[in-house]
Design a protein around this ligand. Sequence first.
Ligand code: NAD
Ligand code: ZN
Length: 354
Amino acid sequence: MKLIDINTAAPYRVVLGEDLAGSCGTLIQLHAGLSENAKTAVIVTDDNVGPLYAGTVEEALTEEGFRVLVYTVPHGEASKNLTTYGKLLGFLADNEVTRTDFIAALGGGMVGDLAGFAAATYLRGIRYIQIPTSLLAAVDSSVGGKTAVDLPNGKNLAGAFYQPSLVICSPDMLRTLPEEEFTAGCAEVIKYGVLGDEQLFAHLERFAGDFDREYVISRCIEMKRDIVVQDEHDLGGRQVLNLGHTLGHAAEQLSNYSLSHGMAVSVGMAAVAEAAASAGICSGECAGRIRNVLKRFGLPVSCEYSMDDLYEVMCRDKKRKGNMISLVIPKRIGACEIRKMSLQEMKSFLESAS
Ligand SMILES: NC(=O)c1ccc[n+]([C@@H]2O[C@H](COP(=O)([O-])OP(=O)(O)OC[C@H]3O[C@@H](n4cnc5c(N)ncnc54)[C@H](O)[C@@H]3O)[C@@H](O)[C@H]2O)c1
Ligand SMILES: [Zn+2]
């Protein structure tokens, strides 16, 4: 079992290890800093994950003397909306959940974002614990305190920065994750290797999908920790996490989300690496390694959309400020740089890829 401390303004701990679901009651008592008045635990989960793991988590929490309530939402991004969020708040209020009680978000990034936002806002904030069950949630969304729901106008438009009190990550739970979800999460894992850890990248090249889960997940969490503690509120430093995401988001949108986030990020990473090689920012060998490792994981390295179409979507991006964009560009495996450029410059840069 490994402990990783995240020293944000409100610090918290990640406990990482196999078969932790059955001990989550004890782990929460030990590490979550709960008030002694904490009486109720609300497990928020979805209808795929709940039947697999909620029973074990419920039992573990009951053994610690908590009153345990389970709130299950339909799986999928469509549940991350204001209606579900409102119903969840209503459920908490109906059950007289108090400020010293807590939520356990048991699921992938969808559940984590939704439950985290409910925890951030119910009674102006109650504690929540992340129990990530998808690879993406383990290496990305469960750490960093970004919580949100989607609006009809766009993804993650209503949310809060609100750190969990504890993250319990038990990689054995990934065994039941559908293969395409696992592969999509691998795109983010590869991203961490390119960003900041050549050794991690080499491990992924060597083992592909059979990588050592505890080692890989812990390295990703440590890297995310280092980035997040420098830039808790996403004012600059967190931008490096957007490697592959600028073009990726555009491809995701153009496909009407039939291309998953992970697949889209993979396409974006391959494109930016090739453009970097053409511009002499990284070597051709570096771009080749990135492309090959993505392919080895069964991830796409190109998409059917033209640069003109992708560009048009990027120009419409509501979250972008003005005409400038910060593009994360690999310099070598394990190091990237951020270049500020106009959208037009970015288009020319990406088109220059041979
Ligand atoms: N907060 C952040 O910093 C952050 C970062 C990245 C992504 N996100 C958000 O995360 C969400 C995507 O997360 P995701 O990819 O985990 O999606 P998800 O939560 O929708 O999970 C993907 C699918 O896998 C299923 N699943 C999850 N764990 C399982 C398991 N162990 N066994 C069987 N099935 C399982 C889910 O039911 C779902 O059908 C998006 O809403 C995105 O906006 C947030
Ligand atoms: Zn991502």
